[in-house]
Design a protein around this ligand. Structure first.
Ligand code: FES
Length: 105
């Protein structure tokens, strides 16, 4: 599936990502700037805060309670589309999704 990342500097990066990776892992692997992902994907740092494409909100699903708490503490504004990128698993249903990386992590 292809994921379109919108970086904090406004540039766009299209990544052909393997299914099964998280949205965070696919970005880090390809050197997409903007995600720090300090905890390595454990939903414990909120430095992989992204805004999900509204069109894909249903496919992505909602944050669980632990993730929601982390998002409350995120540095950037929390929006209804806020998610932790490490908690979103890439699959065919997400092909073509835009992911905006929060400006501060
Ligand atoms: Fe730490 Fe996602 S990488 S919460």
């Amino acid at each position: 599936p292809t994921i379109h990342y919108i970086c904090p500097d406004g540039t766009r990066r299209d990544v052909e990502a393997a299914a099964g990776l998280s949205v965070m892992e696919a970005a880090v692997k390809q050197g997409v700037p903007g995600l720090i992902a300090e905890c390595g994907g454990a939903a414990a740092c909120a430095t992989c805060h992204v805004y999900v494409d509204e069109k894909f909100a249903a496919a992505v699903g909602e944050a669980d309670d632990i993730e929601a708490e982390m998002l409350d503490d995120a540095m950037a504004e929390r929006r209804p589309t806020s998610r932790l990128a490490c908690q979103i698993e890439i699959g065919d249903a997400l092909d073509g999704m835009e992911i905006e990386i929060a400006a501060v992590q």
